[in-house]
Design a protein around this ligand. Structure first.
Ligand SMILES: [Zn+2]
Length: 59
């Protein structure tokens, strides 16, 4: 598992203020880390939805 993202990064993530690549990195972490998901109170289907959206952005 990767290191936990900094709290301010998680906050920016929640606000959707990160770049696509930063968002992707955090999503990969959240997929693995129940602690950070709980910290953000993010539901799995919300993550899946963002991921699906990001997947469309991949080259
Ligand atoms: Zn974490």
């Amino acid at each position: 598992m990767s290191e936990h993202p900094a709290a301010d990064l998680l906050e920016l993530f929640a606000l959707r203020r990160l770049t696509a690549s930063q968002t992707w990195g955090i999503l990969l972490h959240l997929d693995d880390c129940a602690n950070c998901r709980a910290a953000l109170r993010i539901e799995n289907d919300f993550i899946a939805a963002i991921r699906a959206a990001l997947r469309d952005l991949q080259p």
